[in-house]
Design a protein. Structure first.
Length: 333
C-alpha cells in the first residue's frame, strides 16, 4: 500500500523541512535540506520530498546528521536518481562519466562508491519514494550505500542493475519493509545485517541476487522473510532474458543468507549457489550459513541445491532464531 503525504507538506514547521523542485518548499535541493538538519540531534527531523525527479545530485547523509526521516509524496513519482558508475578511468578516479565525477570528487565520503545515496548517519529512515541508479549494465552502479546503524526503508523502490544495495558496514543493522528491490548482478551485497520483510526481490536473468561478505563472528547477514522473489523480462542488457537467477555467490569472509516463508520463482537456479567465485572454502566451511525454510514456488525445491557444508534447510526450531527481533538485536524499526 502506498501512502500519501501531500496534506502534511507545510513549510516552516519546527522539525520539518519541505523539498520541492518547483520552489514551493523550504529547499529545491535535497542535499541542502540534509545539510540543514541539526548535527547530532536527539529528535527526528522529517524531510518531506514532493513529487518529482531529483536527478542532479549525488547525495550524502553525513555521520552527524542522525535521526533523519525522509518521506516522499509518492513512491513511484518521488524519484531520487543519479548515473555515476565504476569504470577503468584513472584520470577520473575510476568513476564515469568524468563530468559527473568532477562535480563530486572532492568529497571522499561521497565519491567512495558510485551510489546515488550514501548514508553514514545512524537512525536514518526513508518512506514512500524511489532511489535509483540509471547508469544501466555498465558495471558497479549503486543506488544505495549504507554505513550507518539502524537504517530503515519502508514502501520504497530501490532500482539498479549491478550492486543496487551495498550494506557496507559489518555489523550495522538495516531494515527494508514492503519495498521493491530490482537488479541483476550481486545487487544486494556487503557485510552488514539486513532484514527484508515482505519485499519484492525482482531479478533480471543471468545474475546473482546476493553477494554476502559476512564476518565469521557475525551471527546474521541477509535475512529475507515473507518476501516474493520475481523474474523480470526486458533486461537492459542483451542476453539476460530467459537465463536463470542464482540466489547468490559468496564474496568473501563467511557469508550468511537466510530465506524464510518466501516465494521463489521457477527461474531460480536449482543449485541456488552455483559457484564459489574465487572462494574455494565456501563449499566446505560450515561457518557459511546459506539456509532456507518453509519457502514455496518452483524455485524453492532444494533437492538440487549445491552440496556445500553450510547450505541446508532449517528445522522449525532453528527458524525461530531468525525473527526480526533476534536478527536486529532488539532494534524495532
Amino acid at each position: 500500500m502506498q501512502m500519501t503525504c501531500a496534506t502534511t507538506f507545510a513549510t516552516g514547521a519546527p522539525g520539518r523541512i519541505v523539498v520541492a523542485k518547483d520552489g514551493s518548499g523550504d529547499y529545491s535541493s535535497l542535499q541542502q535540506a540534509i545539510d540543514a538538519v541539526p548535527d547530532n540531534s536527539t529528535t527526528t527531523t522529517i524531510i518531506y520530498l514532493k513529487k518529482g525527479l531529483y536527478n542532479t545530485e549525488k547525495l550524502l547523509v553525513p555521520k552527524s546528521k542522525v535521526k533523519i526521516k525522509l518521506v516522499g509524496e509518492s513512491r513511484d513519482s518521488t524519484i531520487i536518481s543519479y548515473h555515476l558508475y565504476d569504470c577503468k578511468s584513472p584520470e577520473s578516479g575510476n568513476k564515469c562519466p568524468a563530468d559527473a565525477w568532477e562535480l563530486w570528487h572532492q568529497n571522499a565520503d561521497l565519491i567512495r562508491t558510485s551510489a546515488t545515496l550514501t548514508i553514514l548517519a545512524d537512525d536514518f529512515q526513508a518512506e514512500n519514494l524511489t532511489v535509483s541508479n540509471t547508469a544501466g549494465p555498465v558495471g558497479q552502479a549503486l543506488a544505495l550505500t549504507l554505513r550507518g546503524d539502524r537504517c530503515s526503508f519502508r514502501n520504497c523502490r530501490l532500482l539498479g542493475y549491478q550492486d543496487t544495495i551495498y550494506a557496507a558496514a559489518d555489523g550495522q543493522r538495516n531494515y527494508f519493509g514492503n519495498c521493491l528491490i530490482v537488479g541483476r548482478t550481486d545487487y544486494i551485497y556487503g557485510g552488514g545485517i539486513v532484514y527484508f520483510q515482505a519485499c519484492e526481490i525482482r531479478s533480471f536473468g543471468g545474475g546473482w541476487i546476493t553477494a554476502p561478505s559476512t564476518p565469521q563472528q557475525q551471527a546474521y547477514g541477509f535475512v529475507f522473510n515473507e518476501c516474493k522473489f520475481t523474474y523480470a523480462d526486458g533486461s537492459p542488457r542483451s542476453g539476460d532474458d530467459g537465463k536463470p537467477v542464482a540466489i547468490g555467490r559468496p564474496w568473501h569472509n563467511y557469508p550468511k543468507v537466510a530465506i524464510l516463508n518466501s516465494v521463489l520463482p521457477a527461474q531460480i537456479d536449482p543449485k541456488g549457489w552455483p559457484t564459489t567465485w574465487r572462494m574455494d572454502y565456501a563449499a566446505t566451511s560450515d561457518s557459511l550459513q546459506l539456509v532456507e525454510y518453509n519457502n514455496s514456488g518452483l524455485g524453492a525445491d532444494m533437492s538440487q541445491r549445491a552440496k556445500w557444508a553450510g547450505l541446508r534447510a532449517l528445522t522449525a526450531k532453528e527458524a525461530r532464531a531468525y525473527t526480526q527481533e533476534k536478527v536486529l538485536n532488539n532494534w524495532k524499526p
